[in-house]
Design a protein around this ligand. Structure first.
Ligand SMILES: CC(C)(COP(=O)(O)OP(=O)(O)OC[C@H]1O[C@@H](n2cnc3c(N)ncnc32)[C@H](O)[C@@H]1OP(=O)(O)O)[C@@H](O)C(=O)NCCC(=O)NCCS
Length: 133
């Protein structure tokens, strides 16, 4: 197996209640600003959508930390989309062209993510790994 070089890590913790409040207050205006259509369709199909939204929100922040930029001028919410393996349910991220360019600038080839949620919290971890040598 080839050794993989870690270029950056990020973690984020989100209170699901805050996500629930934001969705209750701002509705689609909020979710459409932060989440892509695939993400929204998945979350809206769940009994407690805010839990899954909170997990995806945490992934986006964790990825931005792994890049070392945070969410802002270099990378926005919609530049990071959380995908889901249809067979296993495992999450992964799809990066927009400008987010991919940022990863490339840092020598990154892939971003690995994991997420978990309970009734109160959602947590995510992201690891930016280098291209295979
Ligand atoms: C995959 C598994 C570990 C998920 O853990 P969980 O405690 O049910 O749920 P968590 O809140 O920690 O994590 C949920 C997230 O895990 C991720 N996930 C789901 N399946 C996954 C997989 N195969 N690999 C990696 N991540 C996975 C998803 O992103 C999911 O969130 P989402 O639905 O919003 O996309 C779990 O379903 C499992 O396989 N457990 C095996 C043991 C078991 O069955 N225990 C039950 C009896 S004690």
């Amino acid at each position: 197996m080839t050794a993989r070089v870690v270029l950056g890590v990020g973690v984020d913790l989100v209170e699901t209640g805050r996500m629930q409040d934001a969705i209750g207050r701002w509705g689609d205006r909020f979710t459409q600003k932060i989440f892509g259509e695939t993400e929204r369709l998945y979350c809206e199909d769940k009994a407690e959508p805010w839990r899954h939204y909170a997990g995806r929100f945490a992934v986006k922040e964790a990825v931005s930390k792994a890049f070392g930029t945070g969410i802002g001028e270099h990378i926005g919410w919609l530049d990071i989309e959380v995908m889901r393996d249809a067979d296993t349910g495992a999450p992964s991220v799809r990066l927009s062209p400008r987010a991919r360019a940022l990863a490339e600038q840092r020598g990154g080839g892939e971003v690995l993510v994991s997420l978990s949620h309970t009734k109160r919290y959602a947590v995510a971890q992201a690891v930016l790994v280098a291209h295979d040598p």
